[in-house]
Design a protein around this ligand. Structure first.
Ligand SMILES: *Cc1c(COP(=O)(O)O)cnc(C)c1O
Length: 398
C-alpha cells in the first residue's frame, strides 16, 4: 500500500526543489553530436563527453549496424552462462593490447566495474586509500568492500603520505591507492608519477579510473598512465566505453592476469548482470580501431581546446588552468552560482550554445562554474561561436 509514502516522497522532492538541486532533463530530438536540436532550439553542444566525436561517427555506426545483422540484438545471458561471443573476447584482448596490460574484463558500465572491483580484491585485512574527489562509483564500490578506508585531499601528496603511513601502521595486508586519472569538475590530472612513487615507497598498489582520458589523453590516446609515462607502474585501470570510445555503454577493468581472472570468478556486477550488447561491442571495437589508427582526432581535440582556452582568456574570462578538454569557466564568489546559471541559460536561448553550470554542492561553495567540454568534431567556427555566446551572455546578464 502506497499510503503515506506519497506524502513523504512529495515532500522530499519539494526539498530538492527548494534547495535548487532539482535536475530536469532536456530532450534531444537528434543523435548525439556537436550540433543537436533540443525541443526548443538548435544548439551547438559543448557538454557531452563525446571527446572524439565518435558517438555518431559513420564508421562506428556502420560497425554497430553490421553487428546487429551478424550477432543479433541482445545476449539474454550473463557472460559465464551463454553470453560470451567471440567479439566480447576480442574487445577484451584489444583493450589489453591498447592499454599494455595482461588482461581485461568487460562490465556493463564503468560504474559496475568500480562497483565490483574493490570487494573482490580488498577484504577486512586490507586498506583502500582514495582521493576525496573520486567518482561516485568509486566511493560506492569502496563501501561494498570490507577493507579499511582512508581518504586524502584532492591530489595532495603530503596527505596521501600520511594516509599511507596510517594504513601501514594499522598492519594492512594489501594497500591500494585509488584515483581518477582526470577529475571531472576541474579537468585536472591526478599526479600519477608522485602517486606511483609513494605507492612504491609503501608497497601499495595503484588503481586509476581513466574514464575521462582513455582514447584521447597521451600521445597514443592510452590515457593518463601514458601521459605520465607510468603505464607499467599502474596495477589496475578502470574505464568506460561510454565517453570517448563511442559513448554507448560498457566499462572495463584492465590489469594483471590474476586480478582479471579473480574478477571473472567473483565480481558481482559481472556475474549477475547481462553481457554488453553485440552492437555496442562492435561499435566500441571500431572506435578503438579509430583511436589506434590515427592521431588526427586527438590533434583536432587539442587544437580546439587550446583555441578555446586562448580566446576565452583574451575575452577576460577566468579559466581553471590546464590542457584537458574539460574547461571550467569560473564564476567565483557569492553571486557566482546565480551568474553561471543565468549565463548558461542565456547562451542556449540566445546564442544556440549548450553548456551546463555547476554550483554547490557539486563543486565547492563559491566556486561555481560553467564546464565546457570540447570535442574533436567541433569546427574552429563552432569554438568561436561558443566564445561569442559567452561574451554576449556576460554583457546581457551583467
Ligand atoms: C563517467 C565515469 C564513470 C561511469 O562510467 P559509466 O560507464 O557511464 O558507468 C566512472 N568513473 C569516472 C571517473 C567517470 O568519469
Amino acid at each position: 500500500m502506497y499510503g503515506a509514502v506519497r506524502e513523504q516522497l512529495t515532500q522530499t522532492l519539494q526539498e530538492i526543489r527548494d534547495a535548487g538541486l532539482y535536475k530536469s532533463e532536456r530532450e534531444l530530438t537528434t543523435a548525439q553530436s556537436t550540433h543537436v536540436r533540443t525541443q526548443t532550439a538548435d544548439a551547438l553542444n559543448f557538454c557531452a563527453n563525446n571527446y572524439l566525436g565518435y558517438a555518431a561517427h559513420p564508421v562506428v555506426v556502420a560497425a554497430a549496424r553490421a553487428a546487429l545483422d551478424e550477432w543479433g540484438f541482445g545476449m539474454a545471458s550473463v557472460r559465464f552462462i551463454c553470453g560470451t561471443q567471440t567479439q566480447h573476447t576480442m574487445l577484451e584482448q584489444r583493450l589489453s593490447s591498447f592499454l599494455g596490460t595482461e588482461a581485461t574484463i568487460l562490465f556493463s558500465s564503468c560504474f559496475d566495474a568500480n562497483g565490483g572491483v574493490f570487494e573482490v580484491l580488498f577484504g577486512e585485512d586490507d586498506a583502500i586509500i582514495s582521493d576525496e574527489l573520486n567518482h561516485a562509483s568509486i566511493i560506492d564500490g569502496i563501501r561494498l568492500s570490507k577493507a579499511a578506508r582512508y581518504r586524502y585531499r584532492n591530489a595532495d601528496m603530503a596527505d596521501l603520505r600520511r594516509q599511507l603511513q596510517a594504513a601501514q601502521s594499522s598492519g594492512a595486508r594489501r594497500v591500494v591507492v585509488v584515483t581518477d586519472g582526470v577529475f571531472s569538475m576541474d579537468g585536472s590530472f591526478a599526479p600519477l608519477t608522485q602517486i606511483c612513487d609513494l605507492a612504491d615507497e609503501f608497497g601499495a598498489m595503484v588503481l586509476v579510473d581513466d574514464s575521462h582520458a582513455v582514447g584521447f589523453v597521451g600521445d597514443g590516446g592510452r590515457g593518463t598512465p601514458e601521459l605520465f609515462g607510468v603505464s607499467d607502474r599502474v596495477d589496475i585501470i578502470t574505464g568506460t566505453l561510454g565517453k570517448a570510445l563511442g559513448g554507448a555503454s560498457g566499462g572495463y577493468v584492465s590489469s594483471h592476469r590474476e586480478v582479471v581472472d579473480l574478477l571473472r570468478q567473483r565480481a558481482r556486477p559481472y556475474l549477475f548482470s547481462n553481457s554488453v550488447a553485440p552492437s555496442v561491442v562492435a561499435g566500441s571495437l571500431a572506435a578503438l580501431e579509430l583511436v589506434a589508427g590515427s592521431a588526427d582526432a586527438r590533434a583536432a581535440l587539442r587544437r580546439n581546446t587550446t583555441l578555446f582556452r586562448e580566446l576565452m582568456t583574451e575575452a577576460g574570462f577566468t579559466l581553471l588552468p590546464g590542457s584537458h578538454p574539460i574547461t571550467p569557466v569560473m564564476f567565483p564568489g557569492d553571486d557566482g552560482a546565480r551568474l553561471a546559471t543565468q549565463i548558461a541559460d542565456h547562451m542556449l536561448a540566445h546564442g544556440g550554445v549548450y553548456v551546463i553550470a555547476f554550483s554547490f554542492p557539486v563543486v565547492p561553495r563559491g566556486k561555481a562554474r560553467i564546464r565546457v567540454q570540447l570535442s574533436a568534431a567541433h569546427s574552429e567556427e563552432d569554438v568561436r561561436s561558443c566564445v561569442s555566446a559567452f561574451v554576449a551572455a556576460r554583457a546581457a546578464v551583467g
